[in-house]
Design a protein around this ligand. Sequence first.
Ligand code: SF4
Length: 331
Amino acid sequence: MVQKANTIEELLNGCPVNQMICDNLIRAWAIINNTKYKKIVCAISGGSDSDVMLDIVWRCDKDNKVDYVWFDTGLEYQATKNHLKYLEERYDITFVKKRPKIPIPASCKNYGEPFMSKITSEFLQRLQRHNFQWEDEDFDTLYKKYPKCQSALQWWCNTNLTDNFNIRRNKYLKEFMIQNNPTFKISNRCCKYAKKDLIHNLLKEEDYDLNIFGVRKTEGGARVRYGNCFDESDKYDNYRPLFWYKNSDKEDYEKAYGIIHSKCYTEYGLKRTGCCGCPYGRDFENELDVIEKYEPKLYKAVTNIFKDSYEYTRKYMEFRKMMDEKERIKQ
Ligand code: SF4
């Protein structure tokens, strides 16, 4: 078991050479031990960032104010579950386990499967809801036909200022979909039920006044919509202890504090964990090979739950390759 510090001097005694880590620990200590916070929650995933975050928070939480919560999406690696047990022993804590009201398989079955990314799935879900026929028309024409579907049509017609909200962000996706209309329901609802709603409900029901979670600025993408490691709101404050960590800081911390990651990284060779086999993963084919080899039961489950999305993604990838090749020949 790791020893907890009682004072900030103890905490910083033997602090790694890296100044960034020391400054970050001082900030974490000041925030977590602020008497303003009576109830603190910290969401743990079992991933590598989460391991470092847990170590920081646990060391700084001298009065044991923090509850550590694990959201079991229902599509978790056995290696993650084993790792969580190891963490409970290492820090002498017990994770509060929460399960979604609508598990991922039921959500995918009822509302649709995730495809490509959160934004893509969101807009496709809206288009499907309005019985869109995948026409290649301009925005004004389509808006007359589907008047309640403005933002999804803007995405489809590439009329947004930023390409994050235009379909052309995914090369040839529009051309592909016009030629290959999706025959299955697409949706990003599983994320809402298995992740977003769980934490929101927990914060509301349990009256937490500080919410700690692991997001790093360098992650980029839709997840990082914050400008700082800390923000305040009427109901509760948010703190992201790893926000400023670069990969090298993370490595320095791991070495200095003897952080051990789950077998997902050390044995399976995965670069990220999270929902097992999520079709959003760019490298989902490789992940599927890993799941088949190491967690065959889970493989059976994910290839059933995300079957249509995997097939459609594969088809799109082939199409993209073919179009790239055509373009190359033309040039
Ligand atoms: S990460 Fe993927 S599988 Fe998990 S809830 Fe979100 S969309 Fe669904």
